[in-house]
Unconditional design. Structure first.
Lengths: 177, 107
């Protein structure tokens, strides 16, 4: 169960990115909306949705939307999720958003994230407006009927409350230390 | 023909994968029972050579033999025919494995 519910304030963080810079949530305060996406390298659900997240960032960048992907998995148990492997994955896929490493898992714990991927979408005032999954079909992009994340983004950018403010995140569990 | 289905409960697609397996078996007129094995510990994962959930074996052969994968309680990546990545094997992948074993049996 996430620690944040729609209407709650974002929890600030600062984490290293695969670009070897540190990224603070506050660095993106000028954005119309910021989506914090807990994800990882190894999980097939996270990987199945990667291209759709890249597309969403590309489609909404000009409207002031910023995705921040965070991996918090224990890299000792899951070496594919190590920081060097995150750098490789970002390069290989051409991630168009920062990919951050929550090695201590403090950010994931603070947010109460449980799955990869799991989205926390904030409006310009850093208020949580949507929490949950990307859409309703991880297996087949052509079979998607409910575009939860995109619909929530449209609502936030238009100053409305999303019709679905919470959905159940579907994916692998975060691998805790 | 022995069909085994191994899964790790924390991977949410296992029920759908089992349903897909049973559908393909019905379509191929294979009436055998599916041996369903829940993998719950790392030790069990090693003992069963479990590379991730879901894993389907036909006569002990993985339907998508893994390359350089360690044994672990994890969710499994399938590379589909159209280059997509999925947590589920496709029906075609399952069908090919079933047909391959069926065709290799003396008639």
């Amino acid at each position: 169960m996430a620690n944040l519910k729609p209407g709650d304030n974002a929890i600030p963080f600062e984490l290293p990115g695969v670009d070897d810079r540190r990224h603070a949530l506050g660095d993106y305060a000028d954005k119309e909306s910021v989506a914090v996406v807990f994800t990882c390298n190894h999980c097939p659900y996270a990987r199945a949705w990667e291209d759709r997240l890249i597309d969403i960032q590309a489609d909404y960048a000009e409207r002031g939307v910023q995705l921040l992907a965070i991996s918090a998995n224990d890299a000792k148990k899951y070496p594919a999720d190590s920081f060097p492997r995150m750098k490789e994955r970002s390069e290989e896929k051409g991630f168009n958003f920062p990919y951050l490493y929550d090695e201590s898992q403090e950010v994931a714990r603070a947010y109460g994230a449980e799955r990869t991927p799991e989205i926390f979408l904030f409006d310009k005032g850093a208020i949580l407006r949507y929490h949950g999954t990307v859409d309703d079909d991880y297996d087949d992009p052509a079979g998607v009927r409910k575009h939860y994340f995109r619909d929530a983004l449209e609502a936030v950018l238009e100053g409305r409350h999303p019709l679905s403010a919470q959905t159940v995140p579907v994916g692998c569990t975060i691998k805790w230390k | 023909m022995r069909v085994s289905f191994l899964y790790y409960e924390e991977c949410p697609s296992h029920d759908l994968a089992l349903e897909r397996l049973r559908e393909v078996m019905a379509e191929e007129s294979i009436a055998n029972e599916v041996e369903v094995i829940k993998v719950e510990t790392e030790e069990q994962a090693h003992e069963l050579r479990f590379v991730g959930s879901p894993t389907i074996r036909v006569d002990g052969q993985d339907i998508d033999p893994p390359i350089d994968s360690g044994y672990a309680l994890t969710c499994r990546v399938y590379h589909l025919e159209d280059d997509r990545i999925s947590p589920l094997p496709s029906k075609d992948m399952i069908r090919r494995a079933l047909q391959s074993v069926a065709n290799s049996r003396p008639g």
